[in-house]
Design a binder for this molecule. Structure first.
Ligand code: SF4
Ligand code: ZN
Ligand code: ZN
Length: 295
């Protein structure tokens, strides 16, 4: 396999784009593609919070923004939540701190245990994995804390493979309103909700891993002990279709960008305890944490 640009040995094959690239031309290609896409999602002068868990997609996001900020007038910073998960959170936090110092990019860490007195594992119900509580906690904090730090938007590292998997799940369960929210740009529906952007919407997991590696960064090997080790059936099905019909996944996310469905009025108000947007009297975060009074 030879690089389609210079003829050197290629390190990655990109059948959806009818090309293979060497490490140097791949890094250039990835940056240019992502830049073109991200320009639609950002405005000059934007202060952008980058949600970094320490996973490969979030590292690729930070590396991309490190270049993007040199060329376009944006002010990114890293935001990390230390969930206090044994054998995982400490390693992930150290990795993100190292990334911040190597890139010279500001980092804010929210330490769940320190701030609320409870780590994620304290919030488990029975023997069930704590992922549902974790989702609520992350959604809440990734909006509130960056907003208070002056962010104009929050960028996450959701990749193309995540989007296609969710497309299958949402389509087959007829959650068309959720499908309509699978967009690379979601405006805040409330003055206290930050707009959310997904700059890696068209980038595959493989491309993100290669971008981290060929930028000279170590690929993270740690993972949350509660994460699934096996690929979902939808991911396997999507991979199979892609291998027979390269470009299939890209066509799905391009269709998602244009998919519209009336979502209806969300009826958001402010939590009676913390004041954050919610559809209930008391928000899910306050319920999980067991917060009963205003700070
Ligand atoms: Fe949270 Fe770990 Fe579950 Fe991910 S896998 S949602 S980090 S508990
Ligand atoms: Zn080349
Ligand atoms: Zn609340």
């Amino acid at each position: 396999m030879q690089c389609s640009v210079c003829g050197k040995e290629a390190v990655i094959n990109l059948p959806a784009y009818h090309k293979a690239l060497c490490s140097e031309h791949f890094v250039q290609w990835y940056y240019e593609k992502t830049k073109h896409f991200t320009k639609k999602l950002t405005r000059p002068g934007d202060r952008i919070a980058l949600a970094v868990s320490g996973g490969k997609d979030s590292i690729a996001l930070a590396l991309f923004f490190n270049e993007y900020r040199k060329e376009l007038d944006v002010d990114p910073f890293l935001f990390h939540i230390d969930l206090g998960i044994p054998d995982y959170s400490k390693v992930a936090r150290r990795y993100v701190e190292k990334l911040s110092s190597e890139l010279g990019m500001e980092l804010f860490v929210y330490d769940l245990k320190k701030e609320t007195g409870k780590a994620l594992v304290d919030l488990r119900r029975g023997s069930r994995p704590p992922c549902s509580a974790c989702g609520i906690i992350k959604r809440y904090l990734m909006n509130k804390v960056p907003r208070e730090l002056g962010a104009d938007s929050l960028a996450t590292g959701h990749n193309l493979d995540d989007q296609v998997e969710n497309f299958f799940k949402n389509w087959t369960s007829q959650h068309f309103d959720w499908l309509a929210k699978q967009k690379p740009f979601l405006p805040g529906e409330h003055p206290k909700l930050l707009p959310k952007i997904k700059p890696l919407f068209e980038r595959t997991e493989e491309e993100n891993m290669a971008y981290v590696k060929y930028n000279g960064f170590e690929l993270p090997t740690f993972r949350c002990p509660f994460s699934h080790r096996q690929r979902s059936k939808w991911r396997l099905i999507a991979d199979e279709i892609e291998s027979r019909n390269p470009g299939f996944k890209l066509s799905v996310v391009k269709a998602l960008e244009n998919f519209d469905y009336p979502v209806g009025v969300t009826g958001l108000r402010e939590c009676s305890i913390c004041g954050e947007p919610t559809s209930q009297d008391v928000c899910s975060f306050c319920k999980i944490i067991g917060k009963t009074t205003q700070p």
